[in-house]
Design a protein. Structure first.
Lengths: 151, 179
């Protein structure tokens, strides 16, 4: 019993340790004065990339640069910039790559158009195949007796 | 046989496109700077060596300069340092340092210990100027022409081959936007 009990205590101790780890917040930027501003802050820091860690957003990253950029988003929001102005501010300095959701431009328009194009090709191919099949069926109907033995 | 030819051709083409894409996949840690071809960002920073005369972006005008963003916390900057000293020896361009998110005492002892390649050093304690320059990983080096335009940016430690192949050829071209 004592061994099982010791194991139980150990397990709980481990769980407590794990639970204690996320207690340290990543983002220490002071909150914005209004709920709307804070909401925009949260949204923007989630859709801007941390340039150093790249697959993390500004909101999730622990590196110093992300902290600086969060602070900058905070200050720009306080100064009354719109979301688009803040995105433009970041793009002007770091390039399109900082946006997790890339914007449509002439340079990447073909990428956006590719699914539509491929679907059109698919429809065209399907239409041609169906038409040739139905023609084949007509021919088969006409000569049903001859074709009876064919698979 | 003929009906398989077109799909096969399409498949081979797709394969080729994907293969080329894989091979030429750009290194994502090195991103093109949107600042190239644009005027260097304006700044005023405290001067590391003399706190009575700040370092201003206007001082970049009228001559070529190499702006180097570094910090004593940056491991690769130490590797780069000897290259900067060599570039200083060549005396082609003054090197202007931006000491990023650093402590002045650390920076001064670093330069006293390893030698000082910089003509002037501005201290960017809170990282605001680095944001304007789009810096995301020190060391970064910018080549600025006499009109104050950013001509080239190198991310990561400078090496002599990079200096010789990417920077020097641009230095000998005529200055100005679109050069």
């Amino acid at each position: 019993m004592s061994r099982a009990r010791a194991a139980g205590v150990l397990l709980w101790a481990c769980l407590a340790l794990v639970a204690a780890v996320p207690a340290r917040p990543v983002d220490v930027t002071p909150p914005l004065p209004s709920a709307q501003l804070q909401q925009r802050y949260v949204r923007l820091t989630h859709e801007l990339r941390c340039m150093q860690c790249q697959s993390e957003s500004l909101a999730d990253s622990q590196v110093d640069l992300a902290a600086d950029l969060r602070r900058q988003v905070h200050d720009l929001l306080l100064a009354g910039d719109s979301d688009d102005q803040i995105r433009d501010y970041m793009v002007a300095r770091y390039g399109e790559f900082i946006l997790f959701r890339p914007r449509m431009s002439w340079r990447n328009a073909w990428l956006w158009g590719a699914p539509v194009f491929m679907m059109l090709v698919g429809v065209l191919v399907a239409w041609r195949v169906l038409r040739s099949r139905s023609r084949l069926a007509d021919v088969e109907d006409a000569g049903a007796d001859d074709a009876a033995g064919l698979p | 046989m003929n009906r398989f030819l077109l799909p096969l051709a399409v498949f081979v083409l797709l394969l080729a496109v994907l293969l080329v894409g894989l091979r030429r996949a750009p290194d994502k840690s090195i991103l093109p700077s949107p600042l190239i071809g644009k005027p260097a960002p304006q700044f005023t920073l405290p001067n590391l060596f003399d706190n009575t005369s700040p370092l201003q972006s206007d001082s970049l005008k009228g001559h070529w300069s190499l702006v180097n963003v570094w910090g004593t916390w940056c491991v690769e900057c130490r590797a780069e340092h000897s290259v900067l000293l060599q570039i200083k020896q060549e005396a082609r361009v003054p090197i202007i340092g931006i000491d990023w998110r650093d402590h002045d005492e650390d920076a001064l002892s670093w330069l006293a210990q390893l030698g000082n390649p910089y003509q002037r050093v501005g201290t960017d304690h809170d990282g605001k100027v680095a944001i304007d320059w789009g810096v995301y990983g020190a060391p970064e080096s910018f080549l600025i022409d006499p009109a104050g335009t950013v001509v080239y940016k190198h991310i990561g430690p400078l090496t002599m081959p990079v200096w010789q192949h990417e920077f020097l050829p641009r230095l000998s071209r005529p200055a100005g936007p679109g050069a």
